[in-house]
Design a protein around this ligand. Structure first.
Ligand code: BTN
Length: 261
């Protein structure tokens, strides 16, 4: 793995200068958060072969058996233009989705697409997920732990998600090159993070829209205090919100679990 990283070093910036390789851990994001509190440099990466308490968005478990996936977390310390934005965490969410979809395309040739906010899909099945966890002090963003889980092998999924998940090996019918995918992920995250820090938000939004071609006109629903609301997705705005037409009005969905119907 070390050799591939060195070969790619030109495009990595600070990413992966410090990589902590673990055999098994609870969650790479827990370890990365602990290291971030200790003051490690931006770009520090924690990667594990297996997680015993891998977590996804909305409190879901992220199934992480040994060697079945790429499980990694990156310490980010947003600054510059990104910090000046009204919602840096939302932009990071969009940018990381772009980066992972691009890295899957580059390393496997698979037609990865993004499902809002940042699930990485092959057709209707999920290949990878991203969990961005931000820590702020007195309202100022301190660090973000970007956790990335990418399925390499199919065998690992429990029955309840087996027909909604996929893996690189199931889609390509050949062995996944873990090292190459890892390097592509870091390179793509570095490139898209560079765009963010330089204030190129429109570039990220444009790339996101191009990688989410089935979003316009998809039907979605979500739970609100007054019951289930249904509508038609139209776009994503510069705050990272999903723009949905509900009858004759338009709603912006920022958080919460949207179901695609
Ligand atoms: C999702 O729900 O789609 C996000 C899944 C994120 C999983 C990754 S695996 C590496 C890192 N450690 C965790 O516990 N979660 C993230």
């Amino acid at each position: 793995m070390q050799r591939e990283i060195l070969r790619a070093a030109g495009g990595l910036d600070v990413f992966g200068r410090r990589i902590h390789w673990l055999e098994t851990t609870t969650s790479t994001s827990d370890v990365a958060a602990y290291l971030a509190e200790l003051g490690v440099d931006e770009g520090t990466v924690v990667v594990a072969d297996a997680q015993t308490a891998g977590r996804g968005r909305h409190g879901h478990v992220w199934c992480s058996p040994p060697g079945a996936g790429l499980y990694l977390s990156i310490v980010l310390r947003p600054s510059g233009n990104l910090l000046g934005h009204a919602n840096p965490a939302a932009l990071l969410t969009l940018a990381s989705g772009v980066a992972i979809a691009e890295s899957v395309r580059a390393s496997t040739g698979l037609p990865a697409e993004i499902k809002w906010p940042n699930d990485i899909m092959i057709g209707r099945r999920k290949l990878a997920g991203i969990l961005a966890e931000a820590t702020a002090q007195s309202g100022v963003l301190q660090h973000v732990i970007l956790g990335i889980g990418l399925n390499l092998r199919q065998a690992a999924f429990p029955p309840e998600i087996a027909n909604r998940a996929t893996s690189v090996e199931a889609e390509t019918n050949r062995a996944a090159d873990r090292a190459q995918i890892f390097v592509q992920v870091l390179t793509a995250v570095a490139a898209r993070y560079r765009d963010l820090q330089a204030g190129r938000f429109d570039v990220i939004l444009g790339a996101w829209r191009a990688l989410a071609p089935s979003l316009p006109s998809s039907r979605v629903e979500w739970d609100s205090v007054s019951g289930v609301v249904r509508g038609r997705a139209e776009d994503v705005d510069e705050q990272g919100a999903l723009v949905v037409r509900v009858g004759d009005r338009v709603e912006r969905i920022i958080a919460g679990e949207v179901r695609w119907i």
